[in-house]
Design a protein around this ligand. Structure first.
Ligand code: CA
Length: 235
C-alpha cells in the first residue's frame, strides 16, 4: 500500500492514464512532490473501474493507450453527468492540429504535446484547476488589469472607459474571458453563442471577433487567434 492509498480529502487527486511506464512513474513522482495525490492507470479499463468508487479532481490523459483511444475516454466522461466536470488535460505525441481541435471539441480543457517539461505540466494543471473552480459564477472578470467585464450589468470597460458591444460580441468575449488561457474552437464558440440556431458559418465568428477587437482598442491584444484552431483570451 502506498502513501497515496491513505486518502486525504484535502489533497487534490490527479488520475494519470499513461501506458508508458517511464513517463508515468517520473511524472507521478514529480506531481506527488508538488503535493498532489496521484493515481496511475496504465490502461483505460482500470481507470473506469476506479472511477466507480471515487472521482478525481483532474485527469491527465494519454491519447494512445493499449485498450482505448483517449478521445473515446474523453467522450465517455463528458457524456456522464457525474463525470462531465472532471477537468481533462490531454497528453499527446501527435502535434497535428486536427488532434488538438478534436480534443478541445470533445471537452478537454487543455493539451500538452510530448515531450513536455514537468514544470510546464505543473503550470497547466494549476491553471486548469483554477478555471474549473467555477469562473462562470463570477460576477465580473478582469483581464490584464485593463479590461473589465461586468456579467450582471452586461458592461465592458477598457481602462475605465465603457465600450459599446453588441450582445453577440459580449457573449463571445465573456465566454472566452471566463475560460482565460483556454483555446476555444470556432465550433465551441458557435455552439455557445448561437446554440441550436446554428445556421451561421465558422467565418461568422471571425467577423464578430474582428469587430470586437476593433472596439476593444488597447485591450484587443488579449483576444488571441490560434491559426487553424480557434481563439482565446489571455493576459
Ligand atoms: Ca501511449
Amino acid at each position: 500500500m502506498s502513501v497515496d492509498d491513505l486518502r486525504s480529502p484535502s489533497r487534490t487527486r490527479i488520475a494519470l492514464i499513461e501506458d508508458e511506464p517511464d513517463i508515468a512513474s517520473l511524472l507521478a513522482a514529480f506531481l506527488r512532490k508538488e503535493g498532489y495525490a496521484v493515481d496511475h492507470f496504465p490502461e483505460a479499463n482500470r481507470f473506469f473501474l476506479a472511477l466507480q468508487k471515487s472521482r478525481p479532481d483532474l485527469l491527465l490523459l494519454d491519447l494512445m493507450l493499449p485498450d482505448a483511444d483517449g478521445f473515446e475516454i474523453c467522450k465517455a466522461l463528458k457524456k456522464n453527468e457525474s463525470w462531465s466536470r472532471i477537468p481533462i488535460i490531454i497528453m499527446t505525441a501527435k502535434a497535428e492540429e486536427s488532434d488538438k481541435i478534436l480534443g478541445l471539441e470533445l471537452g478537454a480543457d487543455d493539451y500538452v504535446t510530448k515531450p513536455f517539461s514537468f514544470k510546464e505540466m505543473a503550470a497547466r494543471i494549476k491553471a486548469v484547476l483554477r478555471r474549473s473552480e467555477g469562473p462562470e459564477l463570477a460576477k465580473s472578470i478582469e483581464v490584464g488589469g485593463v479590461l473589465r467585464i461586468d456579467l450582471e450589468k452586461f458592461e465592458v470597460r477598457v481602462g475605465g472607459q465603457p465600450v459599446n458591444l453588441t450582445s453577440t460580441e459580449f457573449k463571445i468575449l465573456s465566454f472566452l474571458a471566463a475560460r482565460k488561457g483556454r483555446v476555444l474552437t470556432r465550433d465551441q464558440i458557435l455552439d455557445h453563442v448561437w446554440g441550436d440556431e446554428k445556421i451561421v458559418l465558422d467565418r461568422t465568428v471571425d467577423v464578430h471577433i474582428r469587430n470586437l477587437r476593433e472596439k476593444l482598442g488597447p485591450a484587443a491584444a488579449f483576444v488571441k487567434n490560434l491559426r487553424g484552431v480557434g481563439y482565446k483570451v489571455e493576459e
